[in-house]
Ligand binder design. Structure first.
Ligand SMILES: *Cc1c(COP(=O)(O)O)cnc(C)c1O
Length: 422
């Protein structure tokens, strides 16, 4: 039957249909994981007696806000850890990560990243770039990097020596905007074991952005002591309007709370202004929304791999985050792809993204994003720096049908602009 809503070449329809059949087994696994995680979340809501009065917001100091307290307890329960701090007051993932770093580290301490260079926005936080803004470096904290092994995985053999004397061992779970593999929860478990054996007091901290609910376990369930993430990514379920979280060992979460608010004030203050309801709903939906995003990524990987493009991860590779990188090989293809993704967005679909000089980036960048929440990358989005190897990083989709349309329109756009031969 001819597609009645969008103009999509019949050959693209066929390619997607075939890839979908090819991915059926993987999709079943994704559904199984979503089923498990949705039950995990539901059980935590029930155990912590989530109730309607918790959705009413507080103002001012927000003393005794029962919604805020319950959300912390629910998140800690889901992540199998002692305590959590889930707040709309975190302006971004970077802010939550920064709060955790400054919460736990003191002048004279050392932190070692076991995943090499951290995510772009963290570079200035730790002091790899920029000056005069109060980085960890300026506060007398040493940031060390353990490079990844040649295969892009963590260099496990180097861990015992690397973590000696370090207060924090830091792992970035997701590949971010690189082509290295993401770090699975099983690998994090191995890191924890090695770190604890070599240096029992070293805290294992994980940048968990993009990873939540992709697997059945979170890093805290295998011994990581602090995990941090953004609510406009996976755990916000596309509903949370802003925010982030820090979860893990109670004493460390407490330190972070004193940093988020003020020393001595900690967790007891912070009005919710009515945001808690969105955070509860988003968290409740997150496992199935994440499944939609992962399916969109797997289908994209399969179709693009079948068309001959280099993709990472491959369609049948184990996943631990929602990111899909596609190496399109040249600027015209990259631009056409991102413009096509934009055409399938529920918001701002009529806008045509163009490469631009984004502050802080060396090359031009093109971004496709038509989201209900500004910058939310649990919603379908694609970003690409205009440089070798001309790769696009795609992530998100609140629903699988809309993610699939985004992929088809990306290919259609490439076809129409002569960047794809079928
Ligand atoms: C998104 C992300 C962050 C934080 O980025 P914000 O844009 O500040 O939310 C940090 N690390 C990784 C790996 C991320 O994906």
């Amino acid at each position: 039957m001819k597609e009645p809503f969008f103009t999509i070449d019949e050959r693209i329809e066929t390619l997607c249909r075939q890839a979908e059949e090819q991915c059926a087994g993987i999709f079943r696994q994704i559904d199984d994981t979503a089923d498990y995680n949705a039950r995990k979340v539901l059980a935590a809501f029930i155990r912590n007696r989530v109730s309607e009065p918790m959705f009413a917001g507080t103002t001012g100091y927000g003393y005794g806000d029962i919604g805020r307290e319950a959300l912390d307890a629910v998140l800690a329960d889901i992540f199998g850890c002692e305590d959590a701090l889930i707040r709309h007051n975190f302006v971004s993932g970077t802010h939550a990560l920064t709060t955790a770093l400054f919460g736990v580290l003191r002048p004279g301490d050392t932190i070692v990243s076991l995943t090499g260079r951290p995510y772009d926005t963290l570079e200035e936080v730790v002091g790899l770039r920029g000056e005069g803004h109060g980085s960890l470096k300026e506060w007398g904290v040493t940031f060390k990097m353990q490079e990844l092994a040649p295969d892009g995985h963590i260099d496990f053999d180097a861990i015992p020596a690397a973590v000696q004397g370090a207060r924090v061992a830091y792992i970035q779970r997701s590949r971010g905007y690189t082509l290295r593999p993401s770090v699975t929860v099983a690998e994090i478990a191995r890191v924890v074991e090695l770190v604890k054996k070599a240096s029992p007091d070293t805290i294992v901290m994980v940048d968990n952005c993009y990873g939540e609910f992709v697997e059945r376990q979170e890093p805290t369930e295998v011994g990581a002591e602090l995990i941090i993430g953004s609510l406009i990514k996976n755990p916000g379920g596309g509903i949370a309007r802003t925010g982030g979280y820090i979860a893990g060992r109670a004493d460390l979460v407490e330190l972070c709370a004193h940093r988020l608010t003020a020393p001595g004030v900690g967790k007891e203050v912070g009005c919710t202004l009515g945001e808690s309801r969105n955070m509860f709903i988003g968290l409740f939906l997150a496992p199935t929304v994440v499944a939609a995003a992962v399916k969109t990524a797997v289908l994209t990987s399969a179709v693009c791999q079948n068309l001959g493009y280099a993709v990472t991860p491959r369609w049948d590779e184990k996943r631990t985050d929602i990111i899909q990188a596609i190496t399109l090989g040249d600027e015209a293809s990259l631009v056409a792809f991102c413009q096509g993704v934009q055409k399938g967005a529920p918001v701002d679909a009529y806008v045509t993204p163009e490469p631009w000089d984004m502050p802080g980036y060396e090359s031009q960048v093109i971004m496709a994003a038509g989201a209900f929440t500004m910058g939310a990358s649990i919603e379908l989005s694609a970003d690409a720096p205009i440089r070798e190897p001309y790769a696009a990083w795609m992530q998100g989709a609140l629903t699988y049908p809309s993610g699939k349309v985004g992929l088809k329109l990306a290919l259609q756009s490439m076809l129409e602009q002569g960047a794809l031969k079928l």
